[in-house]
Design a binder for this molecule. Structure first.
Ligand SMILES: [Zn+2]
Length: 433
């Protein structure tokens, strides 16, 4: 859904995407001499302002990349666009937790271990203790939930465009997450080396590929004589079954992939407290929502089956279209946005505390670059009302006075969602090419 826009090189020469495609050799030569001159190129996705790009080499080809933390300067449909860190919970991290590299990839520092010494003690489960009431203002490490939100955001799965209707399947999501994981690294390894997506969707090729992936990466995790690597699994949670010694963590279709996962009872209990949606989702008999799980643990192969011990995990409800939501009211808004064929983004909380403010949704198809949307569901709570005042002030400053949509939920009329801000055909037209 992202577009290529024309590039202006330091010489003043303008290269449209068509010109680059028609003359690949000349384009490479032009980039080479621009790189030698030592000045950045500019993306021309907007009329005004500077959007500098620098030169980098990928697969022996010279190409362009955006400067760190400059993604929000681009048009929302430009291929260099990325939301500003403060427009989601991503802004809570210190540079030690997540850093944008010069090649556009990211380096992260996690709060849980991705390896253990062979013969050493097993990795202690994370998050089994009580949750701190207030989380720190700046997080120096990323939890499993932060990682799940990072993968979703970097893979652009938090964005919905009506052109995606019918196309966002588990196969597409698996591709998007795997590609994204290749651009994120943690210590010596790229995340895609240890990431396995278990699709909750039938399809012989899809499940066969996932099974092969699971077996290959399980073997990879044991290849060192001193160290056991941990795998990261992403799928949909289906059940937590309390056994005699451990809890069985069931993902949809894990049996098709010949996979059995266990965790300690204490960890399963901590998950149910920390993620109250687990109980709600598992109790629902029929549902058009998904509960996405990111699980971290050690796997081993026995009789062509894979058995895993999970020590960290996080969960995130999404719509059938894989759009995350944080409350039943947000779910209703997401449905309305999809049904009315709107283009929007769902900023995620990562590891930010509840009092870190950012919009519930951002519309991308109005006459403005971003149009914040806010749902207020607990109007009898004084803390919450103060929060609302703070948000109004913040959005007026960031997005323009009075230029935000809000739904103050009336408990008697939970479906009375106000009309959405008008759509601008000019903005929408830009992405249909
Ligand atoms: Zn741009």
């Amino acid at each position: 859904m992202r577009k290529e826009y024309a590039i202006r090189l330091p010489t003043g020469a303008i290269w449209t995407p068509e010109r680059q495609l028609a003359n690949p050799t000349l384009w490479q030569q032009a980039l080479m001499s621009a790189k030698g001159a030592g000045h950045p190129a500019q993306c021309l996705c907007r009329d005004k302002g500077e959007r500098p790009l620098y030169y980098t080499t990928r697969n022996r080809w010279l190409c362009l990349a955006r400067f760190p933390d400059s993604g929000h300067l681009h048009r929302t449909d430009c291929r260099f666009y990325a939301p500003a860190a403060e427009a989601s919970g991503l802004g809570v991290y210190a540079e030690s937790a997540v850093k944008e590299n010069k090649d556009g990839g990211k380096s992260i520092h996690l709060s849980f271990s991705l390896g253990r010494k062979l013969g050493g003690p097993p990795i202690h489960p994370t998050n089994t203790g009580p949750q701190p009431v207030r989380r720190p203002r700046s997080a120096s490490r990323m939890t499993a939930l932060g990682l799940l939100h990072l993968l979703w955001t970097e893979a652009n799965l938090h964005v919905w465009h009506p052109n995606m209707a019918g196309r966002r399947s588990w196969a597409a999501v698996r591709r998007a997450i795997t590609t994204t994981a290749a651009s994120i690294s943690q210590t010596r390894h790229r995340l895609d080396e240890r990431l396995v997506v278990i699709p909750a969707q039938p399809g012989p090729n899809l499940l066969r590929d996932a099974t092969v992936d699971l077996h290959t990466k399980t073997q990879w995790s044991h290849q060192s004589s001193q160290w056991i690597e941990q795998l990261i699994l992403i799928g949909e949670l289906r059940a937590l079954i309390r056994g005699e010694k451990a809890t069985v963590v069931r993902l949809h279709r894990d049996q098709d992939c010949r996979l059995t996962l266990f965790c300690q009872h204490a960890l399963a209990a901590a998950w149910e407290t920390r993620f109250p949606e687990i109980q709600r989702f598992l109790a629902a008999t029929k549902s058009d929502v998904r509960l996405i799980a990111l699980l971290v643990g050690e796997t081993r192969l026995t009789d062509q089956k894979v058995v895993g011990n999970i020590h960290s995990g996080a969960f995130m409800p999404t719509t059938a279209e894989f759009i995350p939501f944080a409350s039943s009211y947000e779910y209703r808004v997401a449905r309305k946005l999809v049904d009315e064929r709107r283009w929007f983004e769902k900023p995620l909380r990562f590891d930010a505390a509840a009092d870190v403010l950012f919009p519930d949704f951002l519309l991308l198809d109005t006459a403005y670059p971003h149009y914040p949307m806010e749902v207020y569901g607990r109007m009898n709570d004084p803390d919450y009302l103060r929060h609302r005042e703070q948000k109004n002030v913040l959005y007026d400053r960031l997005y323009g006075a009075g230029r935000h949509w809000q739904w103050v939920v009336d408990p008697q009329h939970k479906d009375a969602i106000p009309p959405l801000p008008p759509l601008s055909m000019k903005e929408m037209g830009g992405t249909n090419t």
